[in-house]
Design a protein around this ligand. Sequence first.
Ligand SMILES: [Zn+2]
Length: 139
Amino acid sequence: MMSLPKPVPAADHLTAPYWQGCLEGTLRLQLCNSCGKGRFPPGPVCPHCKAAGAEWVESSGRASVYSWIVVRHPIPAEVYGEDVPYVVALVDLDGVRMPTNIVGCAPEDVYGGMEVELSFKRVSDTLNLPQFRPLSTNA
Ligand SMILES: [Zn+2]
């Protein structure tokens, strides 16, 4: 099967600190300066209190699975055909809910509330993709 390039995120002035953190092996989240709640995806205004100010903090990297699907029919097949099956999940991480992939286990082993930890996938020189894997029992 012919392999086409996968779409990659384009960092802008709001998300550049997030993606730069990923390149450095840390997952950064915005914390609202006004109400202290997390903000994801990075944005100019707090979704909770509408305040503008925020600071970047390093996440704990520990999350739990809120919901997930197993992708078995890749669209487009030319791009994702070699990846299926794979898990797309929403995880609860330090007060935010973020979309990600669950890796490091069989898709059928993922369950709601599953404890997971941060794991990066180096995609290119400019993209280090945050994913999550089952929490190591050695941690
Ligand atoms: Zn706020």
